[in-house]
Design a protein around this ligand. Structure first.
Ligand code: SAH
Length: 381
């Protein structure tokens, strides 16, 4: 694998010492867990047993691990299953089909995840960082800045925890099994590259090593960190890439997605097309519709010209105005005209549903994610 430089948005890379959480089994692959278990004086096969409880049965309470001797249970759970996420609040809306969880981490940081049930699938939207360093002016998380990267296990545990909620039948009218994960919560996943890639490996590894999800059902959303997109393409993974474009021209994108000052629209789209060519996966182009800012017909036409003939799908996201923001969502007729022009240019386009609006779960950083498999029953255009 070629090693490409990553930009130094990783707080570790700046020499600060963020308070990372205790080690957890989801930080390690199965061989790593086996050596740890052996170091603890237990037979290596206990690694599979405890992994099967956590990933296979979604059980984390040592009391319920009755196939383990009582003394081993405490020792193994103590060393491998520290509590990483403390639920602070859980909010439900859409008749229980959308649930937002707010967690406190061991150092007091707060992060959010969202569980969304559909008739044919269950999606969780997870966070990769506490805060975010990308400073997009329309995004609530971007305003607060970056606190720290989440550990691999802090990322994975959001999905495992909510998979357990889904399995308990809490999402009426949906299958009980978690099927999709989108990295569209707080943070820029590709700025926490190695932990996010390790988390994806845990999500797709079959139980007991991991959660056994399909790679195609995982979506990584990015502002467009070009070297990291290229590096992701070189992994043996074919997850869906979502690119938060939000403007087809550099002048406006420099403002809406400040990292554009470093990697221009043409460079980020080139990286996206190379990603699509390497993985065979259609790239999802995210575009928040902001009234009188990026919703003009000429911008739709320019976007259409950039995307025509490419392996791409456009997701228009009605802007969820953040408190104190001067921006608003585009009016529906403007949105419809934007969609029409893109489709006339031959570009596949849908408008994302606004799941969880009333619990602030559709605010973009916690957007109800419709990747390229958008279900027509939940899309509004
Ligand atoms: N940092 C990553 C992933 C998190 S945000 C990224 O930027 O892609 C997930 C999506 O929600 C991104 O497309 C982001 O631009 C969008 N978003 C953020 N704030 C929003 C808001 N207030 N309204 C609508 N979409 C928003």
């Amino acid at each position: 694998m070629t090693s490409l430089p990553l930009i130094s948005v990783d707080p570790d890379a700046r020499g600060r010492r963020p308070a990372m959480p205790p080690r957890h089994l989801a930080d390690l692959d199965l061989p790593g867990r086996q050596s740890l278990v052996t170091e603890l004086g237990e037979p290596a096969f206990r690694a599979k047993q405890i992994s099967n409880h956590y990933f296979g049965r979604l059980v984390r309470d040592p009391e319920r691990m009755t196939d383990l001797p009582a003394a081993s249970r405490e020792r193994l759970a103590g060393a491998l299953l520290p509590a990483l996420l403390t639920p602070v609040r859980e909010l439900a809306c859409d008749d229980g089909a959308t649930r937002k969880a707010l967690w406190r981490l061991h150092d007091g940081s707060l992060v959010e995840s969202v569980l969304m049930g559909y008739p044919d699938r269950v999606t969780v939207c997870i966070s990769s960082q506490a805060g975010c360093g990308m400073a997009c002016p329309f995004c609530a998380t971007g305003q607060a800045g970056l606190t720290r990267n989440l550990s691999t296990a802090e990322i994975v545990d959001q999905a495992v925890y909510l998979a357990g909620v889904a399995a308990s039948g809490a999402v009426a009218g949906s299958p009980p099994r978690l099927s999709h994960v989108v990295f569209m919560g707080m943070g820029e996943p590709l700025a926490n590259y190695s932990r996010v890639v390790a988390a994806i490996r845990r999500l797709v590894a079959p139980a007991p090593e991991g959660l056994g999800l399909s790679q195609r059902h995982i979506t990584v959303s990015t502002v467009g960190l070009v070297p990291a997109i290229r590096r992701l393409a070189s992994e043996d993974l074919s997850v869906t890439l979502a690119l938060s474009l939000h403007a087809p021209d550099d002048e406006l994108r420099d403002e809406l997605v400040p990292v554009n000052q470093r990697w221009k629209v043409s460079e980020v789209l080139d990286a996206a097309w190379d990603y699509a060519a390497t993985t065979g996966r259609r790239v999802s182009i995210e575009y928040a519709m902001i009234k009188d800012v990026n919703d003009q017909p000429w911008r739709a036409d320019l976007l259409g010209r950039l995307l025509a003939g490419k392996l791409a799908h456009v997701n228009l996201i009605p802007l969820n105005p953040t408190p104190g923001s001067r921006w608003d969502a585009s009016p529906k007729p403007v949105e419809r005209e934007f969609v029409r022009r893109l489709r006339d240019a031959g570009v596949s386009t849908t408008v994302r549903d606004t799941r969880g609006r009333e619990i602030d779960g559709a605010c973009g950083q916690l957007a109800a994610a419709e990747d390229s498999d958008t279900d027509p029953r939940t899309a509004t255009a």
